[in-house]
Design a protein. Sequence first.
Length: 138
Amino acid sequence: MFVRSRVAKGRTYYAVVESYRDGNKVRHRQVVALGTSPDVPTAIGATWREIRRLRRRLNELTASYPNGLPARAVRTHDEIIRKLALQEARLRSLVEVRAKLRSRPAAGVGTARHDTVPDDSHMISRKSGRRAASLAGR
């Protein structure tokens, strides 16, 4: 697994990608999108902040209507609940990916795998597919 960066509309977006074989070809599959966060811990922090923001909005909305929510507020309430569920699922995915990345041995330590990363700070990839750490050593 590694982090791939792509530029779209002038912004850089990141995603955790894993390599797999399809016959004789090596292909990549996106595991989780990181958005504009360059690594998994930063994406986890951003997701936590979004969850806290949504919970705060939900609490403010319910506190604003102590006698029950009117129809327009019910729609807003349901939308916040939906977004909160999506962010919580995203957080679970990010935590799982972080655990997988940490459990893999570092490249060159008794393994022939080239898709491993030693820690979260070396996960940014270049368009050539090599890790930033390997490029910095050149």
